[in-house]
Design a protein around this ligand. Structure first.
Ligand code: S3P
Length: 438
């Protein structure tokens, strides 16, 4: 960790147009499925954030040829499967990277050792190791299923797995392992989560059946299906777009358009919620790219009001609650966010860090075991704090956005971690007129 810090200062309206960086979830999956496939996959719009670059490196470790052709343009040549890596697979800060790669690797007769940075080594891996173990994979490592660990795959059996938590990472790990499990797999999701794995597997030629029942969404996949290299375009990441959009909504005089934002209904919960709060947020030029709905979003400064976010919306915006809490701090009235216990096992305990950070900035926020309640005064919070981010990119960006519209500047530590998901955050915000500097 370094001593560097970034400070966001208020007093400047945000005006202009920008393109959100490529979607992180789709970028991980494009590299991973490209490496599993036979033949060449060409990717456009890949997010060149550190998390995704670690997945690119990992795919080379498992035997794929991965090359950057230009900005966001990548070529992956897979061998139709993974071979045993000769070195440790280090996924850095990326929970999505390591969990999906472990699922894919479990399908092959190989042994691989996985690790990550201090944050990732503290995060629960049992949630994927349990189903992979039931399918026949073996792992050895620290107690509690934390990294580093060694996974031995191959000879997997079929499984019907009901997700104990709403997690697209766990669903995806089981589906990817299921490609090589005798008899295939069925994953039951009581609460539907982002479906990029299902959509992208289809683009690579795999048949995936999805059935909605009153009890669960059921995803089934037959084993023995091979993937064929294809072309993938990653649209703009809604999780990243949410930062400049909320910045515009809370900063007087602002009008910002973010182009090419992916609006998959299982990702776009933040925009629905902001509209319910009274945000002047419009979607234009709605189209389809790589099988995903995409649009251009324009946000203008708005008088927001508090709302209760339906708990069942949580999977569709789980990464956006930190920035929603910031929007709620500027709203008039109470915003209730419940059913979000999963936030505590992200890159940091995001409920605790948002509660601490917002309190330090003068916001009235209550922390619950699985929720946050923000009492907005309808006025700019005082700000004026230095925030401990525990190396969490979204905690850092959320507080910087707050600082742009607070009464006094807000400083965050470890801003270098923003590069894990949004390496162009600083320049994009500066181009829109934000005052963020060391
Ligand atoms: C992701 C799923 C979510 C999300 C993460 C990306 C994915 O995690 O928080 O940033 O790409 O599948 P969970 O599946 O653990 O909810």
């Amino acid at each position: 960790m370094t001593d560097a810090a970034l400070t966001a200062r208020p007093g400047h309206a945000l005006v202009g147009r920008a393109r959100a960086p490529g979607d992180k979830s789709m970028s991980h999956r494009a590299l991973l499925l490209g490496a599993l496939a036979k033949g060449v996959t060409e990717i456009e719009g890949l997010l060149e954030g550190e998390d995704v670059l670690n997945t690119a490196k990992a795919m080379r470790g498992f035997g794929a040829t991965v090359d950057q052709l230009g900005e966001g343009r990548w070529r992956v040549e897979g061998q139709g499967g993974f071979s045993e890596p000769s070195d440790v697979i280090d996924c850095g800060n990326a929970g999505t990277g390591v969990r999906l790669i472990m699922g894919a690797a479990a399908g092959f007769d190989l042994s691989a050792t996985f690790t990550g940075d201090a944050s990732l080594r503290g995060r629960p891996m049992g949630r994927v190791l349990t189903p992979l173990g039931l399918m026949g994979a073996i792992w050895m490592g620290r107690s509690g299923g934390r990294l580093p660990l060694t996974l031995k795959g191959g000879n997997l059996k079929s499984i019907v797995y009901r997700l104990p938590m709403a997690s697209a990472q766990v669903k995806s790990a089981v589906l990817l392992a299921g490609l090589h499990a005798e008899g295939g797999v069925e994953v039951q999701e009581p609460e539907p989560t982002r479906d990029h794995t299902e959509r992208m597997l289809r683009a690579f030629g795999v048949t995936v059946d999805v059935t909605d029942t009153p009890d669960a969404r059921i995803v089934r996949l037959d084993a023995g299906q091979s993937l064929t290299g294809t072309k993938v375009r990653a649209p703009g990441d809604p999780s990243s777009a949410a930062f400049p959009i909320v910045a515009a909504l809370i900063t007087p005089g602002s009008r910002v358009t973010i182009e090419g934002v992916m609006l998959n209904p299982l990702r776009a919960g933040i925009f629905t919620t902001l509209q319910e709060m009274g945000a002047d947020l419009t979607i234009e030029n709605l189209r389809e790219e790589s099988g995903e709905p995409v649009g251009d979003l324009t946000a203008c400064y708005s008088a927001l009001k508090g709302v209760e976010v339906p708990a069942e919306r949580a999977p569709a915006m789980i990464d956006e609650y930190p920035i929603l809490a910031v929007a709620a701090a500027f709203a008039t009235g109470t915003t209730i966010m419940r059913g979000i216990g999963e936030m505590r096992v992200k890159e940091s305990d995001r409920i605790a860090l948002m509660a601490n950070g917002l309190k330090a900035c003068g916001v009235d926020i209550e922390e619950e075991p699985e929720g946050m309640i923000v009492h907005g005064s309808g006025q700019a919070p005082k700000g004026g704090a230095r925030i401990t981010t525990k190396g969490d990119h979204r905690i850092a960006m959320s507080h910087l956005v707050l600082g742009l519209a607070a009464q006094t500047a807000v400083t965050v530590d470890e801003p270098e971690m923003i590069a894990t998901s949004f390496p162009t955050f600083h320049s994009l915000m500066a181009d829109l007129g934000a005052d963020i500097s060391a």
